[in-house]
Design a protein. Sequence first.
Length: 291
Amino acid sequence: MTGVIVTTINLTAIYALVALGISLTWAGLGFLNMSAGVMYAGAAYGAWLVSTEISTNVVVVLLGGILTGAVFGALVCLTVFLPLDGKPNWEIRTITATLALSFVGVNIYQWKFGPQFKQFEPLFSWLPQFRLGDALVKPTVTGTVIATAVVVTIVLVYIGSSRIGLGVRALTQSAEGAALVGINRRTAAFAILGVSGAFVGLAAVLLGQTFFVEPNSGYVPLIKGLIVALLGGLGSLRGAVIAAFMVALCEALTLQYFGGAWVLITLFLLISIVLIIRPRGVAGVLETTRA
C-alpha cells in the first residue's frame, strides 16, 4: 500500500502542474489553451538543450524548462490570444487556433530534432533513496515533489502579493470588475500565459526524467491535464489540485491491483461518477465567477 501512496504523490505533483496551467488560463482569460501539449514538448526540448549544451546542474536545467515554457506561453499570447481576443466566436476560434499551433509545432520539432528520442541525464541522483514501508522512494520522486512544492509556492505567493498578481486575481473573479478598476486584461494575459507555460515547462522536465522526449510527447500530458482540469472544475485552481490527487490515486490503485490495461477504464468511470454527481467538477464554480 505504501507503493500506491508514493506513486500517488509523484503523479499528483506532475498532473497538478499541467492542470494548474490550464485552469489558470481559463480562470483569468476564459481561454482554453489546447496548445499546452506543444508547449510541454517545446519546454522539454529547451531543457534538454540546456542540459547538453550549457550545464547539467539541476537548478539550471529546471530553470531552462520553466523559462522555455514561459516563453512559449508568451508566444501563444502574441499569436493567438491577442489577435483573437474580443472577436466574434473568439472562444471557438482560439481553440481552433491553438490546435493548429500544436500541429505546426509538432512538425517543427520533427524537422529540427527528428523522430529520435531524447533523454535527460538524472537530475536528482544526488538525493538519497529511502524506504517508506515496503516501497523504495527513488531520488526522482523526491526531487519531483520538492521542485513542484517550491515552484508552486513561489508562484502562489507572487500572485498573492505582487501588483501583477493582484491583477490576475481580479481577472479570475470578474473581468468586468477588473476593467472598471483599470486592470488591462490584454497586459495581464502575458503574465497568466507565462505562468501557465512555466508550470507546463516544469512538468516537462520532471516527466522527462521518466519518459523520453520526442515531438509528440506533449499529447498525453495535454490529455491528462484537461482531464484533471475538467474533473476539478475548469477554472478552479483548488479543484485542479484535488482532481490531480484523485486521478493519481485512481491510476496508482489500478496499476497496483488490476494492471496498466485498466487505467483508462477506471479513469473514465471516475470522471463519469464525479461529473454525474457534480456536473461542474469537484470544486466547480457558478457562472458569476470563474475561480
